[in-house]
Design a protein around this ligand. Structure first.
Ligand SMILES: C[S@@+](CC[C@H](N)C(=O)[O-])C[C@H]1O[C@@H](n2cnc3c(N)ncnc32)[C@H](O)[C@@H]1O
Length: 255
């Protein structure tokens, strides 16, 4: 079973690797989408669906703050970005200081630290799958919403039977499980659910190219954190190419 420090190590390693060649100090850590000219990325897409004006927002699993800054600039009252990686939070805090963005703050924290009844909007972009206890984190995040608040989760959802690829992916990325829609249990009398399938905006990837790259990983047996990150990414691509994974935006509104 993965431990908290495995996931911290994974994101600290990713930061050490990516921050060296990214041209912006605060960069996105999520799938590149084919939205054409309509939206730049998934946060931009989200902004077109949810009004953030004067809202108090938690960007739960904020990476180096890319989305937090976008939300802050788009009229939010205040955005708090949290991540388990102190390296990511240090970078996000530096950018915030330099850019003198007053309505954003960052903190090393987990989903489970969310205080009740605090936020109009809680956003988890490709972060919730890393929780070690989906039931606990999901309930804690829901409790963090004020009345009429919205929890918006964008992530890889797996509702199939497990296979070699899904198990290898889970292992490489230290995921306790692959989240499925059935994990999001809530009382329907209190919440309103909207699901948007984002698969149609994903770039298609060739299965044979993915398999070829995976073969190279098999030949050059390495098991560093970098290897796990790359190979895990390829295994995830393979699950999408085989139509076993769904990229969904799930909005849950507290009535
Ligand atoms: C794929 S990155 C996404 C970052 C950001 N949302 C973006 O799209 O640019 C996942 C983020 O979730 C964070 N994370 C993982 N497990 C977490 C947990 N239990 N609580 C809070 N954040 C977590 C990671 O540290 C990382 O910042």
């Amino acid at each position: 079973m993965p431990k908290h420090h495995d996931i911290v190590d994974l994101y600290d390693s990713l930061f050490e690797m990516e921050s060296q060649f990214k041209k912006d100090a605060s960069y996105p850590i999520h799938k590149r989408m084919n939205f054409g000219t309509a939206y730049h990325d998934i946060y931009d897409f989200l902004l077109s669906k949810i009004n953030v004006q004067n809202k108090t927002i938690l960007d739960a699993g904020c990476g180096v703050g890319f989305g937090s800054f976008l939300l802050a600039k788009s009229g939010a009252e205040h955005v708090k970005g949290i991540s388990i990686s102190s390296k990511e939070i240090q970078r996000a805090s530096e950018v915030s200081k330099q850019s003198q963005t007053n309505n954003v703050s960052f903190e090393v924290a987990t989903f489970d630290d969310t205080q009740p009844n605090q936020y109009d909007l809680i956003i988890c972009i490709e972060s919730l799958k890393h929780t070690l206890n989906i039931e606990q984190s999901f309930n804690q995040l829901l409790a963090g919403l004020k009345p009429n608040g919205i929890l918006c989760i964008v992530d890889d959802f797996f509702d199939e039977n497990h296979n070699k690829t899904s198990m290898a992916f889970q292992k490489d990325w230290h995921l306790n499980y692959l989240i499925s829609l059935s994990d999001l249990k809530m009382g329907t009398e209190k919440f309103e659910l909207t699901i948007t399938d984002l698969n149609k905006w994903m770039y298609p990837k060739s299965l044979w190219k993915i398999n070829f790259k995976l073969l190279l990983f098999k030949i050059f047996k390495r098991n560093s954190n970098f290897t796990k990150l790359f190979r895990g990414g390829l295994l995830l691509d393979k699950l999408y190419a085989q139509k076993q994974m769904k990229y969904l935006m799930v909005q849950i509104k507290k009535r």
